[in-house]
Design a protein around this ligand. Structure first.
Ligand SMILES: [Fe+2]
Ligand SMILES: [Fe+2]
Length: 271
């Protein structure tokens, strides 16, 4: 079901997914975690869910981009644009806006009286490391449109580690963060399955594309570079909980790799 080069790509990515997961695992129990730092990372997550971190043009993001695309293709549905392709665009818009709502609701539920509600425009271009990730993805897509786009999709969501780790907070008692843990777990549960699917879009059909060995190497190099950039982006989003040796290890791909769920991925790809 998965070719040897596809498995090699996944093997190359797995230690970096673990590096990203380490940011959250460290943060949840970090002594510097406060209501304010929770509100900050949730707001930054909302920025990603609307503006897309390089998955769509910066000025349009993953709400306005597909919304305009739907208007553009409407006259051509089932003439030269397949109805299912259009449904896919609509689903993407719906899913990402649902993610925005989930994290924005958690953010606003942690507000004190008088604190302003979040909105998409207030969180545009919110932090440097996320803009760096966007710029890297745009560069890869310019250098190699086909493989660059594949790499951006494959690295989307970072194997869902934020959502998987966040869901584990559901029953985690904490004297200060009990309410936040419940809100975060509920938001992450709404996002997890969608983002697993979005990552699979990066690898669906890859084996039928007849990629050369050099293509596979290029895809792997782009993916690893993006995954490293994701670790820096996440670490900044959460206020730099990973530091020193732990951060070095994560960026060098020396953490114990996460186990890729071949059964779940195979079932989804062949559904
Ligand atoms: Fe999302
Ligand atoms: Fe997504």
């Amino acid at each position: 079901m998965f070719s040897a080069p596809l498995k090699r790509l996944i093997r190359a990515a797995a230690p970096y997914w673990a590096g990203e997961a380490a940011v959250f695992r460290t943060y949840w129990i970090w002594p510097k975690r406060t209501r304010e730092t929770d509100r900050r990372w949730l707001a930054l997550q909302c920025s990603k869910e609307v503006w897309g971190s390089g998955l769509a043009p910066l000025d349009k993001g993953i709400f306005l981009g597909p919304a305009e695309e739907l208007i553009r293709v409407f006259p051509r549905i089932d003439i030269d644009v397949d109805r299912h392709a259009v449904l896919g665009i609509a689903e993407g818009l719906w899913a990402e806006f649902l993610h925005y709502c989930a994290f924005a609701d958690a953010h606003d539920a942690l507000a004190r009286p008088g604190e302003a509600k979040l909105n998409p425009h207030a969180v545009k271009g919110a932090w440097k490391e996320d803009l760096d990730l966007s710029a890297l993805r745009f560069r890869h897509k310019r250098e190699n449109p086909k493989l660059g786009d594949r790499a951006a999709k494959f690295t989307e969501g970072g194997y869902c580690t934020l959502f998987a780790e966040g869901m584990l907070l559901k029953n985690r008692k904490h004297p200060k963060h009990g309410k936040a843990n419940r809100l975060i777990a509920a938001a992450c549960a709404k996002v997890y399955e969608d983002e697993f699917g979005h990552m699979l879009k990066g690898i669906a059909g890859l084996d039928e594309e007849g990629l050369s060995d050099a293509d596979w190497r290029t895809l792997e190099a782009m993916s690893v570079e993006q995954l490293k950039s994701r670790i820096l982006m996440r670490n900044a989003q959460f206020g730099y909980p990973l530091a020193g040796k732990d951060l070095e290890q994560a960026l060098a791909g020396r953490r114990q790799p996460l186990a890729f769920d071949y059964r779940k991925a195979g079932a989804a790809l062949h559904a």
